[in-house]
Design a protein around this ligand. Sequence first.
Ligand code: SF4
Ligand code: SF4
Length: 286
Amino acid sequence: MSSHPAMHYEKLGGGRCKCGLCPHECLISEGGHGRCRVRANNGGEIFLMNYAQISGAALDPIEKKPLKRFHPGSFVLSIGSYGCNLSCPFCQNHSISMKKPQTQECSPDEMAKLAKAYVKDGSIGLAYTYNEPLIGYEYVLDCARKVRDEGLLNVLVTNGCIKEEPFRNIIRLFDAANIDLKGSEGFYKKIGGDARAVKANIAEAAQICHVEVTELIIPGENDSDEEMEETASFLAGIGKSIPLHITRFFPNYLYSNRKATPRETVLRLKAIAEKRLEFVYAGNMA
Ligand code: SF4
Ligand code: SF4
């Protein structure tokens, strides 16, 4: 079950394939894998290697996703696998995004039943989170269909950095999403992402489901007034009621030697965003 035929790639001949799931468009030779480490070339075909491989599950408050304006006070069964298509040096989940942890197998059928079993504990459905869920596209797609068949809600927590067509096809199964908008195009280049794809996907998702956006503020990286003006203007152009979470960074992973974001920085940026957006939240302030 752990390896599953992948979608969204093309065969180039000579056993090589080009993955078309995210903007990296990895060229993958036989025996190799893409930057996300979970999409691999086996015999000239691409397979998803983390299909149904669950590294962690927890019943989380919906506010922890973070989603502040979607079924407040409820819980959601939250699951993660492993791998990511970005390489953020500040990743708080690097033990699963950058490495292959121990996993337990859980088919989409089993996962949908598990999600249903937690309804009695206040859960509204299933959240795909912790590592980047969309690189495990086929599993998320299969699970989301089953979860919807059970009458439950699907919640996506994503970096939003996949190509527009696969995103459009999967977001239709979701009821809510929290999408990272990490900073300017220059900042995305540093972490191996594509700001334009993320912005297009935020705009697309906002047409289809409830969307909230998170920006983690790292001192000296993406904490300027101008960048926050740009973020807030972009979101206001989609809708002034899109909630924005501006969150503090704490030293972690390759940025262990950096200082935490001062609370005053977050509050300053929040005030800037509030000139354009109705709902702006400061996160990690405790
Ligand atoms: S999803 Fe993975 S393999 Fe496909 S293009 Fe992105 S990083 Fe490369
Ligand atoms: S996108 Fe998220 S999970 Fe992936 S490396 Fe960056 S912070 Fe970690």
